[in-house]
Design a protein around this ligand. Structure first.
Ligand code: MC0
Length: 150
């Protein structure tokens, strides 16, 4: 069952400049950064609410590390903006299958690795009224890095 917004993925040309905007304008701090080579992104996770129990909501800022990555192609075509919406679930395997059974294209046969050790899959935007949609099962709380001091 999809129970929450896990994150909003926002594509940007320059991660550091965009992180500074979110910090200076709204006071959101970076909780975690990583490079996901498979997805071709450098990313920053800004925690919006929740505790570090794996069930929080985030803004995910995404800078492409390759022009031919999904985010690189999308930025070249559309410029900066909302790239995808991610729904949280306790069981991404079961929910992917349930959605697939309804005729929506699930892009991965098996969920792959996402931010902070999560397991993720994507649904084709053309089957979701133009929204690239991600399903996420967060890593268990003990696998989530502690929040930075601030
Ligand atoms: C493409 N399209 C989108 C879109 N990306 N529509 C809405 N939102 C998006 N983000 C549309 C295009 O405008 C085009 O429509 C059609 O889909 C085909 O796009 P394309 O440019 O020809 O590109 P494809 O077909 O090669 O790839 C699109 C596809 C791909 C969605 C299959 O981007 C993909 O596999 N995405 C999933 C992986 C991903 O996005 N990774 C980055 C985030 P028209 O009408 O012009 O034909 S990684 C992430 O988020 C991880 C780290 C995490 O959360 O933990």
């Amino acid at each position: 069952m999809l129970t929450r917004i896990d994150h909003i993925g926002i594509a940007c040309f320059d991660l550091d400049t965009t992180v500074a905007f979110y910090r200076d304008t709204y006071g959101f701090e970076v909780f975690h950064t990583e490079i996901n080579e498979e997805q071709g992104v450098r990313e920053a996770m800004l925690r919006i609410n929740g505790t570090s129990d794996g069930g929080a909501s985030w803004i995910q800022l995404l800078e492409p590390v390759r022009e031919d990555s999904a985010v690189g192609k999308w930025l070249a075509k559309n410029g900066e903006g909302v790239h995808h919406v991610a729904f949280g679930t306790a069981d991404v395997d079961a929910d992917s299958e349930a959605v697939r059974d309804k005729g929506v294209r699930v892009l991965y046969e098996e969920p792959r690795r996402g931010s902070m050790g999560s397991r993720i899959t994507f649904l084709h935007p053309k089957d979701c009224h133009g929204v690239l949609t991600e399903l996420v099962t967060a890593a268990p709380a003990e696998d989530v890095p502690a929040a930075p001091e601030h």
